[in-house]
Design a protein around this ligand. Structure first.
Ligand code: SAH
Length: 407
């Protein structure tokens, strides 16, 4: 018990964020965000990332959170436990819990890659930690995660004893929190330019410092195998291929050939080396192009495929982009459907959290009608167990996919 705690049970030095009447409801359901519109006033000096007490208008203490003055998400809850201190031990407990979950899933094999900490879903808002063999890559995406950066790195070093810890804190999320991008070595050794990882029955090359995100799209690891189960003998079109994750899984599973299409020349350069490493390079074609243009050209040229994979980037970043993003998904799915030989397969994905599974299915259904094709859902795919969805935080549920038979 903190001796300095006054009536509210708040340490005298801890600033308090007072909510407007009735705005504590989502916190009671343990949803970890406080939006700026819910805040009545802030008592005390709350710097960016500082730990604050959350209090309802009647003085009920609701939890401890990280304050983020620049963001619409004004506070992100660290703990709903009354009196739980936010300190090095707190981060140690949360990180241990997250790592233990991956261990129980069998994801910590030597040389393998997985997501070790997935932000709100692991009780660590704004923190992403990916493990690539002996290296860890962190993203500190909120003001709160940012101020605890050194502590988190220290705890990770002790807990996981990696060879190196690298930072890839970049992108829109940092910007919304008023934080600059940062990319640097945090501890230990600089990762090699081309780190080899094992996963499924393939080997992957990850460029931690220069690749997209933290170097790879770990959320598609399991889905590549699911799609590859439909690939025997197939001519595959891998649209939005990045370094060819789907192509390699499909070719290793017996696909006849793969055409990789991506707008990033860097990604395809890595794809060339990765496909060679896996002994499938001679069955690949690499096309640096805008997928929309390329698929239209291929359609008009009359070329068709047995298996088309569509794994576009996030089209919808906020609720107001749902209509335009939906049109984008419909367009790309119409093109993809048109390229499938009758009886062939389409594997199509969306990583936009704002487009839920029901809406995505509706969009694909509309695309099939407009493309003049009949499609059946064979399998529904989502995100893997190392990207869990905390039940009180449905926003974490972002990845969805359909495997369709197309007539
Ligand atoms: N399927 C990949 C991940 C794809 S991520 C995997 O399994 O690893 C999305 C990819 O789309 C990125 O590589 C990005 O470079 C590419 N991209 C984004 N917009 C594009 C466009 N209009 N045309 C082609 N590629 C695009």
């Amino acid at each position: 018990m903190d001796l300095a705690e006054p009536a509210l049970g708040v340490a005298a030095s801890t600033p308090t964020v007072w909510l407007k009447p009735g705005r504590e409801k989502s916190l009671r359901r343990r949803h970890p965000w406080v939006f700026s519109g819910a805040v009545d006033r802030v008592d005390g000096d709350a710097a960016a990332g500082a730990t604050v007490e959350l209090a309802s208008s009647s003085g009920e203490r609701l939890g401890r959170a990280a304050y983020s003055p620049a963001s619409q998400i004004r506070a992100r809850v660290w703990s709903f436990e009354p009196g739980e201190r936010i300190d090095a031990d707190f981060f140690r407990r949360r990180l241990e819990r997250a790592v233990d979950s991956r261990r129980r899933l069998g994801l910590l094999e030597p040389g393998a890659a997985c997501r070790l900490a997935f932000s709100e879903s692991d009780g660590l808002p704004g923190l992403i930690v990916d493990r690539y063999g002996e290296y860890l890559v962190c993203q500190f995406l909120s003001a709160g995660a940012e101020v605890w950066r050194a502590t988190i790195v220290e705890q990770l070093a002790e807990l996981c004893t990696p060879r190196g810890i690298y930072e890839r804190s970049e992108g829109g999320a940092r910007h919304k929190e008023g934080l600059p991008s940062r990319r640097e070595l945090l501890a230990g050794e600089e990762p090699p330019r081309e780190l080899q990882i094992v996963g499924g029955n393939a080997r992957w090359i990850v460029d931690i410092a220069h690749g997209q995100k933290t170097g790879a799209y770990l959320d598609q690891q399991a889905n590549r195998e699911r799609v590859a189960a439909h690939a025997r003998g197939a001519e595959v079109l891998d649209a939005f291929s990045y370094t060819g994750g789907f192509s390699i899984a499909c070719l290793r599973a017996g696909a006849a050939s793969a055409a990789l299409v991506d707008s990033s020349a860097d990604a395809l350069a890595l794809a060339e080396r990765e496909t060679a490493l896996n002994g499938v390079h001679d069955r690949c074609r690499f096309v640096t192009a805008n997928v929309f243009d390329e698929l239209r050209a291929v359609r008009d040229a009359g070329t068709r495929f047995d298996l088309v994979v569509l794994d576009p980037p996030k089209f919808v970043h906020s609720a107001d982009q749902i209509p335009s993003g939906s049109r984008g998904y419909k367009d790309v799915n119409m093109l993809g459907l048109a390229l499938v030989r009758p009886g062939g397969t389409l594997a199509t994905f969306s990583c936009s959290g704002h487009v839920d599974a029901a809406l995505f299915q509706k969009i694909v259904a509309g695309a099939a009608v407009d493309a003049g094709r009949t499609a059946q859902i064979l399998e529904r795919l989502s995100q893997p167990a190392d990207h869990p969805v905390a039940t009180e935080f449905p926003e974490a549920d972002y990845l969805k996919g359909l495997i369709l038979r197309v007539h």
